[in-house]
Design a protein around this ligand. Structure first.
Ligand SMILES: [Zn+2]
Length: 105
């Protein structure tokens, strides 16, 4: 007489969220994915020696659009150009034209 245990599927993948409550992480577009002259929604880098456009990455398919959440919230954005992390107000984002720095003197 054999007793077979019902095989429970371990399909509940537990993912640890590193985002602390109240602070949101926003994905940004990598510089090599940005086209100079195109408009992107985002912020200009607060680093004065950088000042380049930080573009919000478009929401992935199937995920909820981030813009549906509270608009007046501070988000931590890491500049993809200089690597500086700064706080940006979510509602302060606007469309900017991506301009690369001219390699002039
Ligand atoms: Zn920067």
């Amino acid at each position: 007489m054999s007793i077979k245990r019902p095989s429970k599927s371990t399909g509940t993948a537990v993912r640890k969220s590193v985002t602390s409550p109240g602070m949101r992480h926003v994905d940004v577009t990598a510089p090599h994915q940005m086209i100079p002259g195109d408009l992107y929604s985002g912020w200009l880098c607060k680093n004065k020696s950088c000042g380049l456009l930080i573009a919000i990455a478009p929401p992935q398919a199937g995920s909820k659009p981030a813009s549906a959440q509270a608009d007046d919230q501070l988000v931590v954005i890491k500049c993809p150009h200089c690597g500086d992390e700064n706080l940006y107000r979510w509602s302060a984002r606007s469309e900017h034209k991506y301009a690369v720095k001219s390699a002039g003197p």
